[in-house]
Design a protein around this ligand. Structure first.
Ligand code: UDP
Length: 442
């Protein structure tokens, strides 16, 4: 679990150690995924679906989660922002990179004791890329699957990462990105692959829920009934009225998801429209150290609203301690929503939108990165410019006021998602990459 990995500052004494989230069952020809957190965020969500699917397809798949400490996560969060073009490249200092590499080097033996040259390791996101040279030395094939990126000029941030990680990138056998333009240019074309993320439509997060189940889950969480749930922290003046029209955004409390911007969209929407912002409890995602500050920013923005508008906003903080409860609550929220919004300033992909689309929801999404890949304007949702609040409001109002349009876009969204973004497709993509990457994953 992510929450067991607390800050481990004193070197040598409590060095972070990796742990199996899913141990491969066989000894040889393992396909080992490695990431930074077992719960919280899209990569963890993806691996919870992908690893069992790969096992069912006959692969000896497993999943290990690295550890870290505050200093390490501060660097990895900076790398994240640099890849999205939203941080100053000068902030990436030699000292930060030393900290990053030291924390990973301390964990490398855990892997080298377990890996053989028959194995394939898939390192997910920048948090784990630093392991590449150390693991490649075992003879195992090393793939870097990077889920983040933005279509920005290299000098806005990505270039600094590619320069700093030249050694790591030359140690990997293949790189997988969500969009071709997210790939590091130094990696030869023959080693670059593209695979969009995917969801499992039958998982608790996405499975069909009867309206009475949706109502019971929202009551249980305290959103619609006056009660307190142990794993949900709510900030709301009154419960959500049964006849309210609901706009929902589900996200980590990350600056790039622009939750404060979502709150600012409310003024100007019809008085029966309520906003539900749901996010993972920020204290439970160790590699996302900015969550508490973003939540505070949201609350400050809320405090600046007129009282009548403030009463129409519901903040839902969901704990990951009960993963099933979290999945079902997110599912119920997405089904209760009239419109699902994803107003990210940048987005590598955006599983929250895929999850809404597979449920036939009408979505309004920013025209950035992976959201632009999933949402085809006027076909299966509406795209907006995230900084244009009037434009976001207009798109929301248009959908809220037109049930037939919501239904048409929602049905197309469901069909498109089932065709393009299911786990079965991702398992096949990995297989195809194996075929063309000189047997890298075979
Ligand atoms: N999520 C969740 N509970 C929450 C907030 C988010 O389970 O309270 C999940 C959400 O359903 C999605 C994932 O976290 O599966 C977020 O993935 P996405 O790709 O949208 O964004 P990321 O967090 O990876 O940037």
């Amino acid at each position: 679990m992510a929450c067991r990995r607390q800050s481990t500052q004193s070197e040598g004494e409590h060095m972070p150690t990796p742990a199996w989230e899913v141990e491969p069952t066989g000894e040889r020809r393992r396909l080992v995924h490695v990431n930074a957190t077992a719960r919280g965020g899209g990569v963890a969500e993806l691996l919870h679906g992908l690893v069992p699917c790969q096992q069912a397809a006959g692969l000896n798949a497993g999943w290990a989660v690295i550890g870290g400490d505050e200093d390490f996560y501060a660097v990895t969060k900076l790398l994240h922002h640099l890849l999205h073009g939203t941080a100053d490249p000068d902030r990436l200092r030699a000292e930060s990179l030393r900290t990053y590499r030291e924390r990973l080097a301390a964990q490398a033996s855990w892997f080298t004791e377990r890996l053989t040259r028959d194995d394939v390791v898939v390192l997910h996101d920048p948090q784990t890329l630093g392991l590449a040279p150390l693991l490649s030395a075992t003879g195992a094939r090393v793939v870097w699957h990077c889920h983040v990126g933005a279509d920005v000029p290299p000098d806005r941030g990505p270039g600094a990462v590619w320069r700093a990680f030249a050694a790591e990138l030359s140690a990997v056998d293949a790189v997988i990105t969500t969009l071709p333009e997210f790939a590091p240019p130094s990696v030869p074309l023959a080693r670059r692959f593209v695979a969009a993320p995917a969801i499992d439509p039958s998982a608790p997060k996405n499975r069909h829920l009867e309206p009475r189940e949706v109502a019971a889950l929202l009551d249980r969480a305290g959103l619609t009934a006056d009660r307190t749930a142990p794993d949900v922290r709510l900030v709301q003046q009154t419960t959500l009225p049964a006849d309210a029209r609901v706009v929902l955004q589900v996200s980590r409390w990350d600056p790039l998801k622009d939750m404060p911007g979502v709150v600012r969209c409310l003024a100007g929407l019809a008085p029966d429209v309520h906003l539900v912002l749901a996010g993972t409890d920020p204290t439970e995602i160790p590699d996302d150290p900015e969550g508490l500050a973003v939540l505070a920013d949201v609350q400050q923005t809320l405090a600046g609203l007129a009282p009548a508008d403030r009463a129409r906003v519901h903040l839902v903080n969901v704990s990951m301690r009960d993963p099933l409860g979290n999945a079902l609550l997110v599912n119920a929220l997405q089904r209760r929503a009239d419109v699902v919004l994803q107003k990210s300033l940048e987005e590598g992909f955006g599983l929250t939108v895929t999850e809404a689309m597979v449920k036939g929801r009408a979505v309004v999404a920013s025209s950035v990165g992976g959201l632009r890949q999933q949402v085809i304007h006027e076909r299966n949702g509406l795209l907006v410019e995230p900084t244009d609040l009037a434009g976001v409001r207009a798109a929301l109002t248009r959908l809220l006021d037109d049930p037939a349009l919501r239904r048409r876009l929602g049905e197309q969204a469901r069909n498109d998602t089932l065709e393009r973004y299911t786990m079965t497709r991702l398992v096949t993509d990995y297989g195809a990459i194996a075929g063309s990457a000189e047997g890298a994953l075979a």
